[in-house]
Ligand binder design. Sequence first.
Ligand SMILES: CC(C)(COP(=O)(O)OP(=O)(O)OC[C@H]1O[C@@H](n2cnc3c(N)ncnc32)[C@H](O)[C@@H]1OP(=O)(O)O)[C@@H](O)C(=O)NCCC(=O)NCCS
Length: 184
Amino acid sequence: MTEFRTVKSSQNILKELMIPSYSNFGGKVHGGIILSLMDKIAYTTAASHSRAYCVTASVDSVNFVNPVEVGELVTLMASVNYVGRSSMEVGIKVYSEDFQHGITKHTNTSYFTMVAIDEQTRKPVAVPGLILEEDVEVKRFIWGKIRKKMKADYRQAFQTLPSEVDIARETQSLAEENCRIALS
Ligand SMILES: CC(C)(COP(=O)(O)OP(=O)(O)OC[C@H]1O[C@@H](n2cnc3c(N)ncnc32)[C@H](O)[C@@H]1OP(=O)(O)O)[C@@H](O)C(=O)NCCC(=O)NCCS
């Protein structure tokens, strides 16, 4: 019998204080620290839904809309938006909270595609379906389905990029670009 689980059963929250060792030379938190936290919560959310070992298959574009400062509390909220056969799209919202001024900022929203793997065969395995209990969950599922198709189309288009470039022919197209060709 096909198994189904609710979105809520695997929703996750992760909070972490931004300590000085997380900062870059400009005093802000490294983007990589946030990405690492996102990968952790994507894993726990997907593993909780599938009850399987999962790998990160892809990460959608991550746009940081606000910097994160040392001393702030970062909160990540994650939900399984969409499931296919073996893949799960985990939507992650990241906020940072400045305690002193009582300000909470949205840092970014991103989507991770996680794939459940059979530990013996190392092949993708089927995951439970999603029970969608609210309008917003149905909407997220539909958007996830659209994004899955867009990503598959993009991967296919990417394969068709030419491996060879005719430099002499393409040089003109670089006239307005921020480069200077200095071939010897
Ligand atoms: C992700 C991975 C398991 C896919 O394996 P595969 O042999 O291509 O498997 P399939 O073609 O059967 O695809 C399995 C599922 O993954 C999805 N998928 C595969 N590659 C994907 C990608 N690049 N982006 C998003 N989804 C992807 C497929 O759409 C499919 O979803 P579905 O089962 O829900 O329809 C494999 O590429 C892998 O192991 N990658 C390394 C992952 C890893 O180690 N991550 C950590 C890096 S440090």
